[in-house]
Design a protein around this ligand. Structure first.
Ligand code: SAM
Length: 337
């Protein structure tokens, strides 16, 4: 059987089979591949593209991820931390604009997370029909449990790479793939809709690494998958590395959709940063989520990589989504089994 047929039928492949498929990426016809991904997405979710209001809450971070512009050792990074009231105001503005999911994201900031339960409770009391997604990195399970108890619905924590040796080259000693995976397991145990994912073209990434990432995702089967190209940041050790490939990112989005028709799959800001048609092309490859930035204006200092685009939910976004044959959906947009 053809590997794509097998992927669609069985929802997974071995790492070796993913590697064969990935190596053939430039020979596989994109039109047919993307059409297959869209057909599966449309069967699962229709033509709705879910909008999530992204609030970048803090650029303080205790981690040293070597690829990331806000890593703790970047002394040039501009640091800010929104107050609980500022987060709640930003979410309120998003709610009034029609959003029904708030994505609160930030560095691993012990000061910010002290107030996180209070913020979540406030949001759930004020906007009971909206979902709260968190993305604040690795924390002890009891803290994840406290946030879940406060009402959080979803958690995004990319695994970054499923290859331990590769993980070690992207992170300082002390951050391990093993611990990252244990956090993902904890989130799942606690009942979060859980998101994993990786950067395409991260430094040292081999085709074998990508194959292992795909095998990992299709066996872990997260409810959400965040896949975007790596983009260098000038104040990191990877400043002179090339950015990931837009074409490879689109290919991987389509494979993930075929493996997991129900996954919530964003066309990421990184993709839109590298390509003016990134959002449209991501949706055409099978994505069904976008995350416009609703961080208060003036806080645009969450610089993970150079040139990071500020996506908003205006006409330009609507046009990109409609150009991909879909419609903007301002609903909770939960995972469907
Ligand atoms: N601290 C939280 C965490 O680690 O999950 C959330 C914020 S973290 C900055 C969000 C994601 O940004 C990471 O999972 C990583 O994949 C992505 N990212 C960081 N630096 C990047 C870069 N240079 N290019 C593309 N994506 C990057």
């Amino acid at each position: 059987m053809d590997l794509l047929d097998k992927l669609e039928k069985e929802g997974t492949l071995s790492a070796g089979e993913f590697l064969s498929l990935y190596r053939m990426r430039n020979a596989i016809g994109r039109e047919k591949l993307f059409a297959r991904a869209r057909r599966l997405r449309d069967t699962a979710y229709g033509r709705d593209v879910y909008l999530r209001a992204l609030v970048e809450c803090t650029s303080f971070c205790r981690c040293g991820c070597l690829y990331c512009g806000i890593n703790a050792s970047n002394r040039y990074a501009v640091r800010y931390r929104l107050s609980p009231d500022e987060v709640i105001d930003a979410a309120g503005r998003a709610y009034r604009a029609g959003f029904r999911t708030f994505v609160l994201q930030g560095g691993e900031d012990p000061v910010f997370v002290k107030d996180l339960s209070t913020i979540i409770r406030h949001l759930k009391d004020s906007f009971p029909d909206a979902a709260v997604t968190l993305s604040f990195g690795e924390w002890p399970e009891p803290l994840y449990a406290e946030w879940k108890e406060a009402g959080a619905d979803r958690y995004l924590l990319r695994h970054e790479t499923a290859t331990a040796g590769h993980f070690a080259r992207l992170h300082p000693a002390g951050q391990t793939l093993e611990h990252r995976l244990s956090c993902l397991q904890a989130l799942r145990r606690l009942g979060y809709q859980t998101g994993a994912g990786f950067m395409v073209g991260s430094p040292f990434q081999s085709e074998e690494d990508v194959a292992r990432d795909l095998a990992f995702l299709s066996s872990f089967r997260p409810e959400m998958a965040g896949i975007g190209p790596f983009i260098p940041h000038h104040d990191t050790v990877f400043a002179s590395c090339g950015a990931g490939s837009v074409d490879d990112t689109l290919f991987i989005l389509a494979l993930i959709r075929i493996a997991m028709p129900n996954v919530l799959l964003p066309a990421t800001t990184a993709l839109a940063t590298l390509s003016p048609t990134g959002t449209r092309d991501g949706i055409l490859a099978g994505a069904n989520v976008v995350m416009p930035n609703m961080t208060p204006a003036g806080e645009g200092r969450y610089e993970l990589y150079d040139g990071k685009k500020r996506q908003d939910a205006g006409e330009a976004m609507r046009k990109e989504i409609e150009a991909a044959g879909c419609r903007m959906a301002m609903v909770r947009g939960d995972y469907r089994d």
